[in-house]
Design a binder for this molecule. Sequence first.
Ligand SMILES: [Zn+2]
Length: 293
Amino acid sequence: MEDDSLDVLRFRERLGLPGIIDVHTHFMPERVLRKVWAYFDSVGPLTGMEWPITYRHEEEQRLALIRSFGVLRFTSMLYPHKPGMARWLNDWAAGFAARVPDCLHTATLFPEEGVEVYVKEAVESGARVFKSHLQVGAYDPNDPLLEPAWGLLAEAGVPVVMHCGSGPAPGRFTGPGPVGRLLARHPRLRLVVAHMGMPEYGEFLALAQAYPEVRLDTTMAFTDFSEGFAPFPAAERGRLADLGDRILLGTDFPNIPYPYVHQLEALERLGLGDAWLRAVCYRNAEALFGPVA
Ligand SMILES: [Zn+2]
């Protein structure tokens, strides 16, 4: 067992958790993942923010690693950057979930002709969670083409993990404004705000307070890396406690510039207590996705 796994094991044992549920991890077709890694390799020189990927391994090894951390359920977050890609990504993710049963069947969408059809097909074929990336996709969540898909997902109660905050780079449609308008029309949509809405933490926490079905994932938030460019405001800590049943562990494994356990330590050092940690790292996701078989 690698040192990383032992560190995670100690964290779990101290909390008495049977395992961890990580709602935000990336497994992708090899070709797509290589492109994502190339992007992170290039952001260093572009932004002055080096992003060395800790777990740049073959898929088999990445799966062995995440299991060695005691992660009992995870996702294969995929997202298109142009039309005509989502259906293909969804086919891949369905196949992945079929051969990797501890991965929740994940799907994605894009504003394009036919989106309602493939979203419906994905839900009917058992998709448990969707991913929407407003920065990479550069689309407005209020695009009329998406309207039936949001309605369908709200009705089906299928969570949508959405990268809607403006970190690490803003997009035309990131920020709380566009998502606020979406929720005003679809108040029951099970939106999971990725990265705690970084850097617009307060605004996205306010949306979660206004809409009981809105949740947030912790992906990369509170880590030394993110605190360096988008620090979580100390004044908002009370709201983290208040929303303790709506915060879900996410990590961005394997594309992270630090060891996996650092995300857990970053949550622990918020000082919100063991019950809060147990809820965030396991119970809240268990309540949302059902007990681990
Ligand atoms: Zn991610």
